[in-house]
Design a protein. Structure first.
Ligand SMILES: [Zn+2]
Length: 496
């Protein structure tokens, strides 16, 4: 029996245990030799590592970060008083607007500083935020030091989500105009653990150099290389799987999907798992990591909905805060996620607000036994909700994540879109109306499906929905045109 066969079902919630995880880590030298990994150390030991790294990072910011040295001076902040991560509350939050105004001012100025190593001085690469939140992408600099840290982070996140050097990983992230972490890290992560990797290279075409491929070619590549793991954007991978079904492709080697870049609720996971079974696969682990540019990778699940673990607490301190006051929320309470870098040299951010609403726990993970903090599902089976996605509907602030979760649990839906509109679209003062555009899977009983969707939406959000049928899934989401499916549209005219 191969090692991959042996561990195939270990991710399952009713199979995984701290003992199995320890055994898994012993099987591979890349994990066995990572003796400094803090994941299984006590909370106290993890805090000590974070506190020590925080002090060193604050020293660097004080001296060499244009943004923070100015901020500390202006606000009279004495960093010698910030000895622990709990003292961080004395620092103001850094917002996306602060960062976007002058991204360069967050980069440490270490050139010419005596005693610094070459690793700390060289810009190894940049990545950019995808820019969907505020318009234009923002640069994030990595020095060589940061790239080594990233390799460690990716090794540690891979071991949480059961990646192995035996895997053949398919990078399904589209290639596009912006160097974002998805495409790049789905290459770096397999290389970091010694797995093999190939890529689809689909994406936004640049006619000057027609080098990208169509989805069908990407499917052929994944099939040809007998890939075991697909990494990509959740809705895009699902469409690729649906197309693979039409092509009757052989995906029997697939054992895990890393659905990243957006929430992948349980209904969507079950849907993908069922389709993959049609393509010859077994019970595939659909892993929904929570990633963002500012950690250059993603937090990882050890089992589905077991929580998204911080793979490397020595690099990043995460907290859940009140975005107005900066006060820290208690475990289990909803708030906005903020990250503090603890060991970086390029772009360094302290208490940087990520714009996702999350919940967190520091309890030992009952599944894998790790002691690092975990992000918990915040609504249904969805980990994080973008704050900008909160929608005022019929006078109440609602979270479309709840709706998405309910709809995706119904089954029988190929694509869908939630549209907030008006009963009379020409009249901005007419009543709010919820329209669900639904492209059903072939041969489904539409009356039944409509009843099920209306029922699920009513139960989840106490809302009534009007269903509009859409014949072609690509009329809702065309993977050749955009990176992600747009699940929520607010089509109401702005009120003057
Ligand atoms: Zn766990």
């Amino acid at each position: 029996m191969s090692r991959l066969d042996e561990i195939r079902d270990w991710w399952k919630p009713d199979v995984i245990s701290p003992e199995k995880v320890k055994k898994f880590l012993e099987m591979y030298p890349i994990y066995r030799n990572d003796v400094n990994c803090p994941a299984f150390k006590s909370q106290k030991e993890i805090r000590e590592i974070q506190n020590k790294n925080l002090q060193a990072q604050l020293e660097l910011c004080q001296q060499y970060s244009p943004y923070y040295s100015k901020l500390f001076k202006e606000k009279n902040i004495d960093i010698s008083k910030i000895k622990t991560v709990d003292d961080l509350e004395k620092l103001p939050l850094t917002t996306k607007m602060d960062y976007m105004k002058a991204p360069d001012s967050f980069k440490l100025r270490l050139a010419g500083v005596p005693g610094r190593q070459i690793f700390e001085l060289i810009d190894w690469n940049i990545t950019m935020t995808t820019g969907t939140t505020y318009g234009f992408p923002t640069i994030f600099w990595n020095t060589t030091h940061d790239e080594y840290a990233l390799l460690q982070f990716l090794i540690r996140s891979s071991k949480i989500s059961w990646g192995t050097p035996d895997d053949r990983i398919f990078d399904c992230f589209p290639f596009g105009p912006v160097p974002h972490i998805g495409y790049l890290r789905a290459i770096t992560a397999p290389l970091a653990i010694g797995a093999s990797v190939c890529a689809g290279h689909t994406g936004m075409a640049y006619p000057t150099f027609p080098v990208l491929r169509r989805m069908d070619e990407a499917i052929a590549i994944a099939e040809n290389h007998k890939c075991t793991i697909i990494m990509g954007i959740a809705s895009y991978i699902r469409r690729m799987i649906m197309r693979a079904e039409e092509l009757e492709a052989d995906f029997s080697n697939i054992r895990a999907i890393h659905a990243l870049g957006e929430p992948c609720p349980m209904g969507m996971r079950e849907d993908m798992r069922k389709r993959l079974k049609n393509l010859g696969a077994g019970d595939v682990f659909i892993h929904n990591g929570w990633g963002f540019t500012e950690c250059q990778g993603s937090l990882s699940e050890c089992t589905e909905l077991g929580g998204n673990h911080n793979p490397d607490p020595g690099l990043y301190f995460l907290e859940v805060v009140d975005p107005e006051t900066g006060e820290r929320k208690a475990d289990g309470e909803e708030g906005v996620a903020a990250i503090t870098h603890l060991n970086r040299r390029g772009t360094v951010l302290l208490r940087y607000v990520l714009g996702d609403i999350v919940r967190m726990t520091h309890e030992t993970c009952p599944y894998c036994g790790r002691n690092t903090e975990r992000i918990l599902p915040v609504s249904g089976s969805v980990y994080a909700t973008r704050t900008k996605e909160l929608v005022k509907f019929k006078g109440t602030l609602i979270n479309p994540g709840v709706l998405k979760d309910a709809i995706e649990n119904v089954g029988g839906i190929a694509e869908y879109q939630i549209v907030f509109t008006k009963t009379d679209p020409k009249d901005p003062y007419s009543m709010d109306q919820l329209v669900l555009k639904v492209a059903p899977v072939p041969d489904v009983n539409r009356k039944d499906l409509e009843n099920k969707i209306r029922d699920a939406v009513a139960k989840a959000a106490e809302m009534s929905a009007k269903i509009e049928w859409v014949e072609k899934p690509s009329d809702i989401y065309d993977p050749m045109v955009s990176l992600k499916a747009t699940r929520v549209v607010d089509a109401r005219p702005p009120l003057e």
